[in-house]
Design a protein around this ligand. Sequence first.
Ligand code: PLP
Length: 501
Amino acid sequence: MSVSAPKRSLNIDNINPHIKVAKYAVRGELATRSEKYRAQLAKGEGKDLPFDTVINANIGNPQQLDQKPITFFRQVASLLENPLLLENAGVLEKSFGYKKDVIERAKWLLESVKSVGAYSQSNGAPGFRQSVAEYIERRDGYPSSPDNIYLSAGASSGVNALLHIICSSPETGLLIPIPQYPLYTASLAVLNAKCVPYYLDESKAWGTDITAIKDALAKARSEGTDVRAIVVINPGNPTGASLSTEDMASVLEFAANEGLVVMADEVYQTNVFEGEFTSFKKALRDLQKSDANKDGKFDALELASLHSISKGMVGECGHRGGYFELVGFDEEVVAELYKFISIQLCPPVIGQCMVEMMVHPPKEGDPSYPLYKQEYNDIFANLQKRATALYDAFREMEGVECQSPQGAMYLFPKINLPSGAISAAKAADRTPDEFYASKLLDATGVCVVPGNGFGQKEGTMHFRTTFLAPGTDWVGRIMKFHKSFMDEYREAKTNGVNGHA
Ligand SMILES: Cc1ncc(COP(=O)(O)O)c(C=O)c1O
C-alpha cells in the first residue's frame, strides 16, 4: 500500500505573491555563499579555497566586524538585564570598574520602564522620548516635543510603519532615490505599492538632481501613479554621500509645492567625514522662518525623520532600537499610526534604553565621559582611516571611479569592465556587476553587493562595500583580484573567449 505524501496547505504558488517579488540583495545569494565558505573554513574543510578568511563587506553590521561596543552602553545594559547586581554597587565599582554614572543611569532607566522584560508604551517609554526630543533640540537649535517621537525596533520598523500608513492602494507611489538601500523598494513591493525611482547624480558626488526628481514625478503621475511621498537617505546608503544644504532645501521646496510627505532616513547622521550633518528637520525649520515661506507653503509640510542605534559609533544593530520624529502630520493620521504600532505592542525595551543612551551619552565632567569620548573618537577615526585607505585603493584600480567618502559606512565605486567581461557575464546569465562580485567572492572571500541590488543607471556598473572590516589585507585582495580580472577579460575580448562562468 503506497503512503501518499502529506498535503501541505502552503506552496510557493499560493503564498503572498508580493513577498516573492521583493528583492533584498544585501542578504542575497552572495551573502549566503559567503556564509557557506565561512562554515567550510571553520570546519577546516576549506583547504581548496584560495583564501583563509571571509570578509563580509556586504552589510553595515559594525560589531560583526571590528567595532567594539561602547563600554558605557554595555555596562548599563548588564545592570538592566540583571538588576540584582545593583545591590552590590560597591563591588561593581571596585572590582569591575563601573562608574557611579553607570549605576545611576541603570537605576533611572529601570525606574522608567520597571523592567526591561516588561512591555512599554507602544511609542516607547515617555522619559526616553523626552531624552530624544532634548537631543534633537540640541542638534538643531529648534524645539522638539516628545509627543512627536516614536521609538522603534530600528529604523526599519519605523520605515515599515510609515509605509503602511502612506500606501493606500496599488497606485500609491513613493519617490525613492536610486541607488537606494533596498529596504524601501522591498517594503513597497511587499505592500504592493509603487517605487517611483529618481536617480542621484553620480557626477555631482551623488547629490540630488531636482530636474530628475521633477521628471520622475511627472512621468509617474502621467501613468496614473498617486505619488504621496519622497524618501531621502542622508548620508546616503549605498552612495556614502552627504547632501548639501542647497540640495536639501530644493527637495523640501519641491515636496511643499507638490504636496508630498518627506521621509528623511538619517541613520548615518554621526557618520559624517566632510562638513557637518544638517537634519531635514532643521532645514525645514530654517525654511519656515525664511522669506521663502512668505506664502506659508512650508507650514503644512509633513516630515518624518528616522534615526537608529545601529550605525554611527554606537553600532548596536542587534539590539534593534531607533526612533522617528513626525512634523506637520494630521492628528487623525497620527492616531492610526499609533494604532498600527500598537499592534506590534512595543519596540524592544533594551533597544529603547540604548536609544536613550545614544541621545544622552555621558557628558563632560561625568565619571564615564573620558572613556566614552576616547572610544567614540577611536571608532570614528578608524572608520575614517579605513574609508580613506579603501578610496585610495579604488583610485589606483584600472577602470574604477569612486566618489570621496563623505559619510555613512560605504563606498560605491563605478566599475568600467572590458567587453570580454560583459559577454562572459551574459553567457553566465548574470549582470556584469553580479558576475564581477561573484568572482571577487570566489577568488578572495570578500563579499560585496553588486550595484544592481541598489539600482543604478542603465549601462553603469557598481558595487557597494562597507569599510568596516579591520586591517588592509582584504583591500589588497580586492586590488589583486581586480587586476587579474581585468587582465583576463581584456585578453578575452581579443580572443572572443566568453566561457568564464
Ligand atoms: C539607510 C538605512 N536605513 C535604515 C537602515 C536600517 O537600520 P536599522 O538597523 O535601524 O533598522 C539601514 C541599515 O543598513 C540603512 O542603511
